[in-house]
Design a protein around this ligand. Structure first.
Ligand code: BGC
Length: 734
């Protein structure tokens, strides 16, 4: 492959050389030359118009290359759970191709729940292969906005409430994707923590919460993951839209973090030419157009970074340096991807991809309750299994907004259970019904709800065991872009249905699909609960493997489940804090997000961050550190033994939390600083070793505008969840 590519490129070079008056050596086409040299030469050959042309969209998902110089277009696509179908040149609707049905991978909440960075790498590598096969330059994902409230419609696309967990999971995902010569586009930078008023809401948050909670995953993505692009978010921060926010883009991202990639706007997130030019945006996408490129009221040529930019450059209002910086970044991205040396071919919908999707799903499913070993349900244990609930059959890869997918196949939970237990043992009844999935409207079902309940109750009565499969479903306002949920409760009458089922049969469990916490008024009465996220193409197989015990669950919650909505930090402060007054919003809970809030305020969550059961049991030995005192430059080595004390093989996501009891500022009661997924055979014991950089125990000092690690005592705890603390050890920072 490489040989023919090089011959092709050399011929192109020769033709260009012959045509070129200077006949200079065209090193920008030579994939073996250093990228920066290639960038400089390509830039020097471009006209002003060609440069400006590169800074804005030319279709829904692409931007121009330089055809004259053989520099290709840049093609983006959603992201982050599968490669979105091809759409028309300038419409959101599918173009009707027959070769673009992808593998759907589990939603990122599931990946994060695996607490397994190796899975994140596999995820990235595999989805990157699909993106490469489809000739995409940029994958629009992953998303790492912090889970601030359980109402945010897009939480399912993100990695939970903890900045450390998100950071550890996003880095390998990026490395996996980019090894395919496909760029990630980490989104949405920053503070896009809700969908209500997302296009305009002006977020006010302290520097400390910004640096400690909302930025770390982006910083890790840039500095450790080496992300090649990042997407600005729709909302405003301190009075400027984030797609052209001087503080976020120029000062922090490109200044402090030395990001050398491309800042891409969210689609329609640009509002002002001066700011778009000067405040760090490089590529403008999705600004409203009438779909025509040459005429009409707002064609691509009228984007803020198109003619208005060109005009300003020609009049001297904008300097060419600022344009050159944008173009350098875009060229760099093209040389890292489409015009790179080792660009593989990619793969699409292969059996290996299905296997990866299934493994991630199995690794992230969380067992929340298991009364008297309700699970696993071994094949043959029951003759009649009632499966009730719409999510047993509804497609959950569709909906949710831009991450909606056209898939090659999707194994529903019902398909998976029939395959596992045999069709003669499965009795299905829908029980409730939602309306058709729609992006911007709630469409109620026209079927009579009571008839559905009655039929389900009859099915439940006759069964030995009942599996209720429900939750949210990516309909508008039920885990979807463009709107937040309105309540913590399950929609479509599911609580009423579960109550009715409980009267008919007490041997019942609840299997939930959602990317968010939900209220559970039936918690004490059902015997088992599984949190199954949105699992993608292999959903049914993964669920059946966990249910039957073929796979032992090992996922842990990447966010806290509150008992009631007002227990959530942001919501507890009222409208000003969430969702804002439609213009401004103040993050009043400051750094106390998620378990940091529950812990510090001593509020009992329904299920804590980091929680998840297994079919086996683990015993934690006493935690120890390699020394008693450390300097800020040291690495703290932590160890403890872990024993699988049950009868089944299994994996445990061990967690290490750090507290600073006598800090000079408020600090959360504890913060996650290390974790590891440890697999142990039944009866096996292993010493678990983890490392913490002392520096990572610092807080962001608002006065000094830097990170501070205070001398004194720190307590390090081994834990099975943020509430299940095992043993602790005190160390001193000198
Ligand atoms: C979303 C992005 C997405 C883009 C392109 C926007 O509405 O916020 O996450 O990548 O559309 O589909």
């Amino acid at each position: 492959m490489r040989k023919s590519r090089i011959i092709g490129i050399s011929m192109f070079c020769m033709i260009l050389c012959l045509n070129s008056t200077k006949a200079q050596k065209l090193i920008y086409l030579d994939v073996h030359q250093p990228i920066e040299k290639r960038v400089e030469q390509a830039l020097s050959l471009m006209t002003l118009d060609e440069k400006v042309d590169m800074c804005h969209a030319q279709s829904k998902f692409s931007s121009k290359g330089v055809p004259r110089l053989g520099i290709p277009e840049l093609w983006t696509d959603d992201g982050p759970h599968g490669i979105r179908e091809e759409v028309f040149w300038d419409k959101w609707s599918g173009a009707g191709w027959t070769n673009d049905s992808c593998t759907a991978f589990p939603a990122l909440t599931c990946l994060s729940a695996s607490f397994n960075p190796q899975m994140a790498f596999e995820y990235g590598k595999t989805i990157g292969e699909e993106a490469r096969y489809r000739n995409k330059t940029v994958l629009l994902g992953p998303g790492v906005n912090i889970y601030r409230t359980p109402l945010n419609g897009r939480n399912f696309e993100y990695m939970g409430e903890d900045p450390y967990l998100s950071s550890q999971m996003v880095v390998p995902y990026i490395q996996g994707v980019q090894q395919n010569s496909v760029a990630v586009c980490v989104k949405h930078f920053a503070l896009n923590n809700q969908e209500t008023d997302r296009m305009s809401v002006n977020v006010q948050v302290s520097d400390r919460a910004l640096y400690e909670i909302y930025l770390p995953a982006f910083k890790a993505a840039v500095q450790e993951g080496k992300a090649w692009s990042i997407m600005g978010s729709y909302n405003q921060f301190r009075g400027e839209h984030c797609c052209h926010n001087d503080l976020l883009l120029n000062k922090i991202l490109k200044g402090e973090w030395k990001f050398d990639g491309v800042v891409i706007s969210d689609w329609g997130g640009v509002h002002n030419t001066d700011q778009a030019v000067n405040n760090g945006l490089d590529l403008e996408m999705g600004t409203s157009t009438n779909g025509l490129t040459t005429d009409g009221t707002a064609p691509y040529s009228e984007y803020y970074l198109a003619n208005p930019f060109l005009k300003g450059l020609k009049s001297g209002k904008y300097s060419e340096d600022v344009l050159n910086d944008k173009v350098r970044r875009i060229l760099r991205l093209i040389f890292r991807t489409t015009m790179s040396a080792d660009r593989p071919f990619g793969k699409f919908v292969s059996p290996e991809h299905s296997e990866t999707a299934r493994k991630i799903a199995e690794d992230g499913i969380v067992l929340l309750k298991n009364d008297k070993q309700f699970f696993p349900i071994a094949v043959g244990r029951y003759q009649k299994i009632a499966v009730i609930g719409e999510n047993a059959t509804k497609s959950l890869v569709i909906g949710g907004g831009s991450s909606s997918l056209k898939v090659a196949y999707e194994i529903s939970p019902l398909d998976g259970l029939i395959k596992k237990y045999g069709k003669d043992h499965i009795y299905y009844s829908k029980g409730y019904e939602s309306g058709v999935t729609d992006y911007s409207e709630e469409k109620a079902s026209k079927v009579n709800a009571d008839s559905l309940i009655n039929a389900a109750v009859e099915t439940a009565k006759k069964a030995d065991v009942v599996l209720f499969i429900g939750g949210l479903n990516k309909n508008y306002l039920q885990d979807s872009e463009g709107g937040d949920r309105k309540s913590l409760n399950l929609p479509f009458g599911q609580d009423k249905l579960i109550a009715a089922l409980l009267h008919a049969n007490k041997n019942i469990s609840v299997i939930l699909n959602s990317g968010n916490a939900v209220a559970m008024p039936w918690l004490d009465n059902v015997r088992g609960i599984l949190q199954c996220w949105y699992l993608g193409s292999e959903a049914g197989n993964a669920i059946a493997n966990i249910l039957s015990g073929e796979v032992n669950p090992s996922g842990k919650l990447p966010f806290s489940f509150p008992k009631k909505l007002e227990d959530n930090a942001a919501i507890s402060f009222g409208k000003t804090s969430y969702p804002g007054d439609s213009i401004n919003e103040e993050y009043k809970e400051d750094i106390l997000v998620g378990y940091r809030w529950f812990d510090t305020k001593k509020i009992q969550p329904l299920f804590p961050f980091g929680y998840g059961l297994s079919y086996t049991t683990f015993n934690y030995g006493k935690i120890a550190t390699d020394k008693r005192s450390y300097t800020s430059e040291d690495t703290i080595k932590v160890s403890f033994s872990l024993k699988n004390t049950g009868k089944l093989d299994g994996a445990e996501a061990v967690q290490v939390y750090v507290s600073q009891p006598n800090a000079s500022v408020i600090r959360p009661q504890k913060e996650l600083k290390a974790f590891k997924k440890v697999f142990l055979k039944a009866g096996e014991t292993r010493t678990v070793e983890l490392k913490i950089n002392a520096k990572d125990m610092s807080f962001y000092n608002e006065k000094a505008k830097s990170w501070t690690l205070e001398a004194g005592e720190f307590v390090i705890r081994a834990a099975a969840s943020s509430k299940d603390l095992k043993s602790s050890v005190s160390i001193q920072i000198l």
